[in-house]
Design a protein around this ligand. Structure first.
Ligand code: HEC
Length: 169
């Protein structure tokens, strides 16, 4: 669907561009007073803007649409299928409270996980264990409240695997 959108704009842009290059249909030229050079340049500029938007808008749509499923997280870490699922779950239930750059989250209620995990826990296995433990037991150590058991089983593991891989990146 997005590609259809892109091609649609490309065709429109090209059609307008070539029409303008050929001097435009007679009626349009007369009504727009493009007989002089300045007028022609203005039309060319307008056409270029339309053309550029036809490329830029769909390109942005493509780029942001892809962000959800991209196998490379923000920060450049490659994610396997489980970790991509973990990223989705994280955005659903953890992002409101935690900042994590790779999930593009800015939660201010709990600790920043890039710092708490990325800077303070040296191994990926260690980070994974801590996340699993936090999910299972919750936290209330004086820094606020984190509910226990937001996820269980495979979902909890997917989140732990995602967070452990990307924290600090
Ligand atoms: C309602 C807000 C909230 C939500 C939702 C939440 N957390 Fe937390 N989280 C906190 C708070 C607050 C703390 C710190 C509590 C404390 O240590 O007293 C914390 C601590 C943590 C820690 C650090 C634990 C430690 O021992 O230092 C990790 C890891 C963590 N959360 C991961 C997650 C994950 C993964 C999710 C999603 C499943 C999640 N959190 C959802 C609020 C939240």
């Amino acid at each position: 669907m997005v590609y259809g959108f892109l091609i649609f704009w490309l065709v429109i842009g090209l059609a307008v561009f070539f029409t303008a290059m050929r001097g435009g249909p007679r009626g349009a030229r007369e009504s727009l007073h493009t007989e002089n050079r300045a007028g022609q340049r203005a039309v060319l500029a307008a056409v270029t803007v339309v053309f550029a938007f036809g490329l830029v808008v769909p390109a942005l749509v493509l780029a942001f649409n892809g962000a959800d499923k991209a196998s490379v997280a923000a920060g450049g870490v490659h994610l396997n299928a489980e970790q991509q699922h973990g990223r989705y779950l994280f955005s659903q239930s953890c992002a409101v409270c935690h900042t994590l750059r790779a999930a593009k989250s800015n939660g201010m209620i709990g600790p920043n996980l890039d710092i708490r995990l990325g800077s303070q826990i040296p191994t990926e296995a260690g980070r994974r264990e801590l996340v699993l433990n936090a999910i299972a037991e919750g936290r209330a150590r004086g820094l606020g409240q984190m509910p226990a058991q937001l996820y269980q089983g495979k979902d909890a593991e997917a989140i732990a695997s995602f967070v452990a891989a990307v924290a600090g990146h």
